[in-house]
Design a binder for this molecule. Structure first.
Ligand SMILES: [Zn+2]
Ligand SMILES: [Zn+2]
Length: 646
C-alpha cells in the first residue's frame, strides 16, 4: 500500500493513500467529542472528510478554540433548522450563523413560544439518534443553485447576491441547506443542545422588509459545559445592571430621552468617586484638565473630517443661520485648545485630559442600558510629544491603566493593532509610531497580541480588554497614535533649533465611556460595591423607638467622616430592616438596642451576614476609613471580597 506523510500539528504522521483529515485525527487519537472539531488543510478551513495529499499540513482545533466553536455551532444551526422544519414544515429557513455564545437561525412563516422549546430539543435528540451522514454539494452556476432552492425565496435572494461560484450546500438526512461550510465530521459530537430564546428580526436587518422569527440556541460536546453555561446565564441575569440599577436606585431611562441615562443621587455617588479616583491619578501622572464646548460649528467638524465621515451619527443644530454639531468626540476641541498658544519643545510632553460629554446617534434597537447609549462621557486625554517621547508616554499610560483596573480587581489583556492597507502618513512615520508602541509593550513585560493591519488609517493603537468577574471581556482602554489630526489642525511646537515642527499626538481613554464602565462595574461586583465606591456604606437600624435618637446621633458622627450613612428607624422588625439593608447591598449594618445605647456602641453585621456583635465605634471608624482611603477590595469584617477576586 502507498503511504503519504502528513504534517499534523507540526508532527509527521504516516497514513495510507486516500486518507482523510478525519483518519488523521483518529490516528493521533483526537476522537473525544470536543477534540478535532475543526480542521485546516494547508491553512484553509475544510471538512474533515476531505481527502489528503502527500505533504499536506493539517491543524486540528478543539471545541475550546474559537475556530472549533465556530464550526461546532455552525453545524448545530443546521441541526436546529432541521428539527424546526420537521415540526413546522411550512416554515422557511433564511440564515443561521454562529455567534459569540451559540448560534441562531431566522425563519419566515414561523411563530413560536417558549412552550415550544422542549419540543424542538426533543426533535433535535431524535435527529441525533438517526446518526445522519453529512454531505457537501457544489453548484457550478447560480441557476443550478436557484433551482435547488426554488421553494425558498429567501435562499434564492441570497444566491442572487453571491459573487463567486461554485456555490456549496450541505445535506444531513432530508435537510438540505445552502452553506459555505465547513461542518463537523459527525453530528455525534453534539452531546448537549438547548434552545435559549426567540426574538423578532428583520430579513437582512432591513426594517422595511419582513419580520422573521429568530431562534437562539447553544450546543456543547458534553452536558457539563452546558450546565456551566446555563449557570453563567443565571449569574449574568442576576447581575444585569439594568435590573440592579433600578433595585439600587442608581439610574433610570426615560422615554423623553432615549439612550440618555438619568443618574440618580446614589448613582452619582459612585460616579463622583470614580472621577475623583481618576483625577487624583491623572494629577500624579502630570495631566492637566480642560473643558471644551459641547456644540461647535460645522466648519470645525469639516476640518476634523467628522462632517464627511461621521455626520449620520451627529446631532445637528442651527443657530443664527449657522450650522453646529454636538460633539461626538472631544478631540477637535482639544486640538483648538492646543493651537490657542505657541508651544516650546520644553513643554512637551503635554498631557491634556477632558471628561467630555459626547452624543452619538445610535439606532434605537441597538440601545442597551448603560452599555449602549446616545449620550455619554469619556475620560479622554491627548498627549502631545516629540517622536522620541512615544515609548515613555505609552509606558506611563500602561502604568496608569494597570493602577485603575487592578483597583477594581479587573485583569486585562493588551492588543496592538498595526498599519492597515489603507492609511495616511509615510512609511517612516508608521515605523516610528509602531515601534514606539511595541517598545513600550515590550518594556511593560506583559504578553500582548498583535493584530496585523487592524490599526486605524491614521495610526497604530493599543487596545486594553478587561475581564470581569463572569469572565467576560470588555474593551475599555485604548491608546491611539494619530498622524492625521495634528496635520489637519496644523499643530506646531518650536524646537530647540527654533524650527516649527509637528508634535506627535495620541488619544487615550481608560474607562472609555464612563457610563459603560459604570454598568460593567455594577455587573462585575453584582451591585456589592467595595466600600470606597459603595452608595450604601452604612445603615443604622434602631430596634425600638427609644433607640432612634442615639441612632441619629451616631449617623451624624459617621457622616462627619464623609461616609454614606442611612438610618432605618421605621416600625419594622429588626429582621425586616436587615433584609432591606442587604437588598441594597449595604456594606455594614449597625443595630442599636438598649445595650448599645447604654454602652455608646453598636452591633455590627455585614451584608454577607457575618454577625460581629457589639463593637467600639472609634475602632470601627478607624477600620472603615482605612478601608475607604486605601480603596480596598477586602473588607476587614468579611470574606466576600476574597471569594470574589479569585
Ligand atoms: Zn452549514
Ligand atoms: Zn481624541
Amino acid at each position: 500500500m502507498v503511504h503519504m506523510n502528513i504534517l499534523v500539528n507540526n508532527t509527521t504522521v504516516e497514513l495510507p493513500e486516500g486518507s482523510t483529515a478525519r483518519d488523521a485525527a483518529e490516528k493521533i487519537h483526537l476522537t473525544a467529542p470536543d477534540q478535532a472539531v475543526a480542521v485546516t488543510i494547508n491553512g484553509n478551513m475544510r471538512d474533515q472528510w476531505t481527502p489528503l495529499n502527500d505533504g499536506d499540513e493539517v491543524a486540528f482545533f478543539n471545541f475550546d478554540d474559537p475556530a472549533g466553536k465556530e464550526v461546532f455551532w455552525h453545524t448545530s444551526a443546521h441541526l436546529l433548522a432541521q428539527a424546526i422544519m420537521r415540526l413546522w414544515p411550512d416554515a422557511k429557513p433564511t440564515i443561521g450563523p454562529p455567534i459569540e455564545n451559540g448560534f441562531y437561525y431566522d425563519f419566515a412563516n414561523l411563530e413560536l413560544s417558549d412552550l415550544d422549546f422542549d419540543r424542538i430539543e426533543k426533535e433535535v435528540e431524535t435527529v441525533l439518534k438517526e446518526n445522519l451522514k453529512t454531505q457537501r454539494f457544489e453548484f457550478t452556476s447560480k441557476d443550478e443553485a436557484r433551482d435547488a432552492f426554488k421553494q425558498n425565496p429567501y435562499k434564492c435572494e441570497l444566491i442572487d447576491g453571491f459573487e463567486e461560484t461554485p456555490i456549496s450546500a450541505y445535506r444531513q438526512g432530508e435537510f438540505f441547506d445552502l452553506c459555505r461550510g465547513p461542518h463537523l465530521s459527525s453530528l455525534n459530537k453534539i452531546k448537549a443542545f438547548k434552545v435559549l430564546k426567540t426574538s423578532g428580526a428583520y430579513w437582512r436587518g432591513d426594517s422595511d422588509r419582513e419580520m422573521l422569527t429568530r431562534v437562539y440556541a447553544i450546543s456543547f460536546p458534553d452536558k457539563k459545559r452546558l450546565k456551566e453555561y446555563l449557570h453563567f446565564l443565571e449569574e449574568a441575569k442576576k447581575r444585569d445592571h439594568k435590573v440592579l440599577g433600578t433595585a439600587l436606585d442608581l439610574y433610570s431611562f426615560r422615554e423623553e430621552a432615549p439612550g440618555m441615562p438619568f443618574i440618580h443621587p446614589r448613582g452619582l455617588t459612585i460616579w463622583n468617586r470614580l472621577l475623583d479616583f481618576l483625577r487624583s491619578l491623572q494629577t500624579d501622572a502630570g495631566y492637566t484638565e480642560i473643558k471644551t464646548p459641547t456644540m461647535m460649528s460645522k466648519e470645525l467638524w469639516e476640518r476634523s473630517g467628522h462632517w464627511e465621515h461621521y455626520r449620520e451619527n451627529m446631532y445637528l443644530s442651527q443657530v443664527e443661520d449657522r450650522e453646529y454639531a454636538i460633539k461626538p468626540m472631544n478631540c477637535p476641541g482639544c486640538m483648538l485648545y492646543y493651537s490657542s498658544s505657541i508651544h516650546s519643545y520644553r513643554e512637551l510632553p503635554m498631557r491634556v485630559a477632558e471628561i467630555g460629554h459626547v452624543h452619538r446617534f445610535e439606532a434605537s434597537g441597538a440601545l442597551n442600558g448603560l452599555f449602549r447609549v446616545r449620550s455619554f462621557h469619556q475620560d479622554d486625554a491627548h498627549h502631545f510629544m516629540l517622536p522620541t517621547q512615544i515609548r515613555e508616554e505609552i509606558n506611563n499610560i500602561l502604568l496608569l491603566a494597570d493602577k485603575i483596573y487592578m483597583t477594581f480587581g479587573l485583569p486585562y489583556k493588551l492588543e496592538l493593532s498595526t498599519r492597515p492597507e489603507k492609511s495616511i502618513g509615510s512609511d517612516k512615520d508608521w515605523e516610528i509610531a509602531t515601534n514606539g508602541l511595541k517598545d513600550a509593550l515590550d518594556d511593560w513585560g506583559h504578553s500582548y497580541r498583535v493584530n496585523e493591519g487592524d490599526g486605524a488609517f491614521y495610526g497604530p493603537k493599543i487596545d486594553i480588554h478587561i475581564r470581569d468577574a463572569l469572565g467576560r471581556f470588555w474593551q475599555c482602554g485604548t491608546v491611539q497614535l494619530d498622524m492625521s489630526l495634528p496635520e489637519k489642525f496644523e499643530l506646531e511646537y518650536v524646537d530647540s533649533d527654533a524650527q516649527h515642527k509637528r508634535p506627535v499626538m495620541l488619544h487615550r481613554a481608560l474607562f472609555g465611556s464612563i457610563e459603560r464602565f459604570f454598568g460593567i462595574l455594577v455587573e462585575h461586583f453584582s451591585g456589592k460595591f467595595p466600600f470606597w465606591l459603595s452608595p450604601y456604606q452604612i445603615r443604622i437600624l434602631s430596634v425600638a423607638d427609644r433607640h432612634a435618637e442615639y441612632a441619629h446621633e451616631l449617623a451624624k458622627r459617621l457622616r462627619r467622616e464623609n461616609l454614606v450613612v442611612d438610618v432605618d428607624d421605621s416600625n419594622e422588625s429588626v429582621g425586616k430592616k436587615v433584609r432591606t439593608a442587604q437588598l441594597l447591598k449595604t456594606n455594614y449594618m449597625l443595630t442599636i438596642g438598649d445595650k448599645e445605647v447604654e454602652n455608646s456602641t453598636a452591633a455590627l453585621r455585614t451584608r454577607d451576614n457575618i454577625v460581629h456583635g457589639e463593637i467600639d465605634i472609634s475602632d470601627f471608624l478607624a477600620k472603615v476609613i482605612e478601608e475607604r482611603n486605601s480603596r480596598s477590595l477586602m473588607s476587614p469584617y468579611s470574606t466576600e471580597a476574597k471569594e470574589k477576586v479569585t
